[in-house]
Design a binder for this molecule. Structure first.
Ligand SMILES: [Zn+2]
Ligand SMILES: [Zn+2]
Length: 436
C-alpha cells in the first residue's frame, strides 16, 4: 500500500445545497469533480491521508475578526460558518499533532471579506483563514503566522484584517488589479503604522505562467519567509490562476500548483477560488494533495495540457524580475520606510470606499490607527453604507498597552450612540466583543 511521507488531513465540505445562483461561478458543483477525481485516483487508499468533517464556526469565532452588520446571526448564512469551521478543523488537527499538514477543501471562499461586513463581496462573507487563525491563537497560544495567498484575485479582505498586525505577514500573488477584480493589491499597499512592510502585494501581468510564479516563489517569497520565521505558514490556495479558468487571464498549471505547494511547504492550505470546475480543480486539487503528502505528483496532468502554448514571453519574465527586485527592496527597507511615513504623527487616518459587488452595496469607510510606541495601537472604523446606515467600531489590539486598552473602552463608552445604527467593541486582549 502507498504510504504518504506526511500525515495529511483533508477536510471536505462541498456545500452541495448552497450557491449564489445556479449559474454563478461559485456554485454547488465546484467540488464535485474534485471529489470524483480523488476517488478515481485512489487518494483515499493512501496510508496517511485521512478525510475529516468540518466543525461549525461560532458567533464568537466570527466576532474576533469581523464587525457583521447588524450581527453575525442575520448576516452570515450557515454554509459560510461551516466553511470557516472546516478551516478551523484543519488547523486544529495540525496543532494537536494528529496530522502533519491539512488541506481544507471547502467552499464558499473568504479572502475578500474585510473587517466590516455589510454583505457579500467577491462571493465571500466571512474571511475563513482569519477566522481560523484567530480561533487557534485563542486555543493554542499566540502564533506568528504567514499567509501566502495564491488566488488569482488580490485577497483584499485578508489584507484589511491584518493591515495593522505585524504578527501576521500577508503575502498575495495575484493578477494585476488594473486588469481584474477587486482592483487593489499594489506594492505600495504596505500596511498600517504598526505593520508597515508586513503586507506584501505581488501583482503579476495577465498571461503569467509556471515560470513566472515559481520565479516569484524562489526569489521573493521564500527569502522573505526565511527571514520572517513564522510559526505557521498558511496557503490561501485559490486555483483560479489556471489557464482554463473562466473569470481570470493567467496561464498557471496543475504541475505549477503542485511544485509551488511542495516548495512553499505550508502547514495548512485552505481552498479559496477556482472556477474551472471540470478543467482545473480536479487536477490542481489532486496535485496539491500529493505535494502536501510528500508524494510524486508528476503524473497529474490536465488532458489538454500543452506547455508550448503556455510559455511566457521574455518580456513578461523581465517585468516579473524587476517587480520582484522592487518588492524585495521594500521588504529590506521597511524600517526606514516606516520612519519616513510616520514621522511625528500621532494617528494615521485612512479613507476608502469598498464595493460589495455581489450585493451592490457601496461602503464609505474612515479608519483611524493610533500610533503607539508601546503596542500596535487602538484603532477605529466609521463606516456608512449607501443603503443608509452608519456604524462605529473600536478594536483593541491583542498586544494593547494599558493606555490603549483604556482608550478603547473610553471610546466605546463615550461615543454618542444616537448618531449610529450600531457601535461595536472588539477587545482582543480579553477575547471579548460587545455592541450597542
Ligand atoms: Zn479568486
Ligand atoms: Zn499602546
Amino acid at each position: 500500500m502507498l504510504k504518504s511521507q506526511n500525515r495529511l488531513a483533508l477536510v471536505f465540505f462541498p456545500a452541495f445545497d448552497w450557491a449564489i445562483t445556479p449559474t454563478h461561478p461559485e456554485r454547488e458543483e465546484r467540488l464535485l469533480y474534485t471529489w470524483d477525481q480523488i476517488l478515481e485516483e485512489g487518494i483515499l487508499d493512501i496510508n496517511g491521508i485521512e478525510v475529516y468533517n468540518p466543525t461549525i464556526a461560532t458567533e464568537k469565532d466570527i466576532q474576533r475578526v469581523h464587525f457583521c452588520i447588524p450581527d453575525v446571526r442575520s448576516r452570515v448564512p450557515q454554509p459560510h460558518l461551516i466553511s470557516a469551521g472546516g478551516a478551523i478543523k484543519a488547523a486544529e488537527l495540525v496543532l494537536k499533532g494528529e496530522a502533519d499538514k491539512a488541506f481544507a477543501m471547502v467552499r464558499p471562499p473568504g479572502h475578500h471579506a474585510q473587517r466590516v461586513v455589510w454583505g457579500d463581496r467577491g462571493f465571500c462573507i466571512i474571511n475563513i483563514e482569519a477566522v481560523m487563525i484567530e480561533n487557534i491563537r485563542q486555543r493554542f497560544g499566540h502564533k506568528r503566522v504567514a499567509i501566502v495567498d495564491t488566488d488569482c484575485h488580490h485577497g483584499d479582505g485578508t489584507q484589511d484584517i491584518y493591515w495593522n498586525d505585524r504578527d501576521t505577514l500577508y503575502i498575495s500573488i495575484h493578477q494585476d488589479g488594473r486588469t481584474l477584480y477587486p482592483g487593489t493589491g499594489f506594492p505600495d499597499e504596505l500596511g498600517g503604522p504598526a505593520a508597515i512592510g508586513y503586507n506584501i502585494n505581488i501583482p503579476l501581468p495577465p498571461g503569467t505562467g509556471e515560470e513566472g510564479f515559481l520565479y516569484v516563489l524562489d526569489n521573493l517569497i521564500l527569502p522573505i519567509l526565511e527571514e520572517y520565521k513564522p510559526d505557521l505558514v498558511i496557503n490561501s490556495a485559490g486555483q483560479d490562476n489556471h489557464y482554463t479558468d473562466p473569470i481570470t487571464n493567467m496561464n498557471f498549471t496543475a504541475q505549477g500548483y503542485a511544485k509551488l505547494t511542495q516548495k512553499l511547504n505550508p502547514d495548512i492550505a485552505v481552498l479559496e477560488g477556482g472556477y474551472s470546475i471540470e478543467g482545473a480543480l480536479p487536477y490542481v486539487n489532486v496535485g496539491i494533495i500529493l505535494a502536501l503528502a510528500g508524494l510524486n505528483y508528476s503524473n497529474v496532468v490536465e488532458p489538454d495540457y500543452n506547455p508550448e502554448k503556455l510559455r511566457q514571453s521574455s518580456k513578461t519574465m523581465d517585468y516579473i524580475k524587476r517587480l520582484c527586485d522592487k518588492i524585495y527592496n521594500i521588504w529590506r527597507n521597511r524600517e526606514v520606510i516606516r520612519d519616513e511615513m510616520i514621522k511625528d504623527q500621532k494617528y494615521i487616518l485612512r479613507k476608502r470606499n469598498v464595493y460589495y459587488d455581489t450585493d451592490g452595496i457601496l461602503e464609505k469607510q474612515t479608519q483611524i490607527f493610533k500610533i503607539c510606541p508601546d503596542c500596535s495601537g487602538v484603532s477605529t472604523i466609521e463606516s456608512e453604507s449607501d443603503w443608509g446606515a452608519k456604524i462605529f467600531a473600536v478594536t483593541i489590539p491583542r498586544d494593547a498597552c494599558e493606555k490603549c486598552f483604556n482608550e478603547g473602552y473610553r471610546l466605546f463608552e463615550e461615543i454618542e450612540k444616537e448618531k449610529y445604527y450600531r457601535v461595536y467593541l472588539q477587545d482582543k486582549v480579553n477575547d471579548f466583543f460587545s455592541s450597542k
